[in-house]
Design a binder for this molecule. Structure first.
Ligand code: FAD
Ligand code: PHB
Length: 388
């Protein structure tokens, strides 16, 4: 079998790339290790930037997002029981959209099915060969049978634990990493959100986040230790730990209920560069990870894909490799700024040490954020997403 681009991974990065390439008549095959249902079941991101919305529109899959997504003009930050509001709309003229990653994934999968582009789910032992030469190949197994696809390019969109980044010789890639000694325990529940806007919470007991998916479905997170076992967090214990971290009004308005999903996510900052080796291009979590505090992971996956899709279109339609040659540099310029912002949000809002000096610095950062229009504007600019 032969195609132009083999895409490894059917997360948001892989599916979006596939859709954009298809629009430009570039043949592509997606190989995904899991089943489609498994991919659809992963509850993750909730906030998308304007530029990501525009890209989903460009890919032709934005209709449901515009109908069902919630436009947010600002965000609230609660510091030790007192809530403050920052208006993105006033500070930057821009807004963000609350629309779940599960919904985006569904829209992209439906879009792909509608155009009949090929995807192979439950593909085992996916491996890329000859990526440093002109004729790369990707092999995989389905039900014990080995298949091979020859192609022009391989797009590694297989997330942090995928095989793409690991196919690059160690000497050809540099990695930068910070692992935080904490995690997020998240709960999804069919209860009305505590507020119309997201509330990021800094509290001596630890960080919390009140988010949502729809007017009747809430998403809450609390900072937890990495050693926590999910089994020791029955719903009741989760609500009991969330409540004292909130301000009085939120505590009173909080509607609790049974969880429909519960998971623990570790917090990590990670960048691999360059994001290219020969004919293999990395995009999304395969190349970089941000802690979820800045809501940047999915948005960065989308911006990588935008650069990569444009570069591939340039290659096939204009016979120019300038975009491919600059892909890594362009993508990383945006990635590092999102790494900085996500690190800043994380270290400013979590309980990261027992040293009172760190706590006083956090208070100073936040006081400056609420009092200075310049600081608030810088925050808002980053939260709504920096321009491409
Ligand atoms: P993934 O979604 O990880 O997709 C990779 C795909 O590749 C998967 O389907 C995987 O099964 C497949 N794969 C892996 N290995 C192989 C293999 N060997 N062969 C074939 N396929 C393979 N981001 C935001 O922007 N906003 C948020 O609000 C936000 N909140 C988050 C909250 C939490 C709790 C978490 C954990 C993440 C959050 N993120 C958020 C981050 C966001 O979910 C990720 O950045 C995003 O999923 C990255 O997309 P991706 O396609 O690059 O990778
Ligand atoms: C979410 O709704 O899941 C969410 C929102 C904002 C974040 C992280 C996660 O920063």
């Amino acid at each position: 079998m032969r195609t132009q681009v083999v895409i490894i991974g059917a997360g948001p990065a892989g599916l979006l790339l596939g859709q954009l390439l298809h629009k430009h008549s570039i043949a592509n095959v997606i190989l995904e290790r899991q089943t489609a249902d498994h991919v659809l079941g992963r509850v993750r991101a909730g906030v998308i930037e304007q530029v990501t919305m525009n890209l989903l529109d460009e890919a032709g899959v934005g209709a449901r997002m515009h109908a069902d997504g919630l436009v947010h003009e600002g965000v609230q930050i609660c510091v030790d029981g007192t809530r403050h509001r920052l208006s993105f709309k006033e500070l930057t003229g821009k807004t963000v959209m609350v629309y779940g990653q599960t919904e985006i994934t569904k829209d992209l999968m439906d879009g792909r099915a509608a155009v009949g582009a090929p995807s192979v789910y439950s593909a085992q032992d996916v491996s890329a060969h000859d990526i440093s030469g002109d004729k790369p190949r990707v092999s995989y197994q389905v039900e014990g049978n080995t298949h091979e696809i020859s192609c022009d390019f391989v797009a590694g969109c297989d997330g942090f634990h995928g095989i793409s980044r690991k196919s690059i010789p160690e000497s050809a890639i540099d990695t930068y990493e910070r692992v935080y000694p904490l995690g997020w325990l998240g709960v999804l529940s069919d209860t009305p959100p505590v507020s119309e806007e997201l509330i990021y919470v800094r509290h001596p007991r630890g960080f919390a986040l009140c988010s949502m998916r729809t007017p009747t479905r809430s998403r809450y997170y609390i900072q937890c230790s990495l050693a926590e076992d999910i089994e020791s967090w029955p719903d009741e214990r989760f609500w009991q730990e969330l409540k004292p971290r909130l301000d009085e009004e939120a505590r009173e308005r909080l509607v609790t209920g049974p969880s429909i999903e519960k998971s623990i996510a570790p917090l990590r900052s990670f960048v691999a560069e360059p994001m290219r080796f020969g004919r293999l291009f990395l995009a999304g979590d395969a190349a970089h990870i941000v802690p979820p505090t800045g809501a940047k992971g999915l948005n960065l996956a989308a911006s990588d894909v935008r650069y990569l899709a444009r570069a591939l279109v340039e290659h096939y339609q204009e016979r120019s490799d300038a975009g491919l040659d600059h892909y890594s540099e362009r993508a990383l310029a945006r990635v590092w700024k999102a790494e900085r912002f996500s690190w800043w949000m994380t270290t400013t809002l979590h309980k990261i040490s027992d040293n009172p000096f760190d706590y006083r610095l956090q208070l100073a950062e936040l006081d400056y954020l609420f009092r200075s229009k310049a600081a608030a504007t810088a925050f808002a600019e980053n939260y709504v997403g920096l321009p491409y």
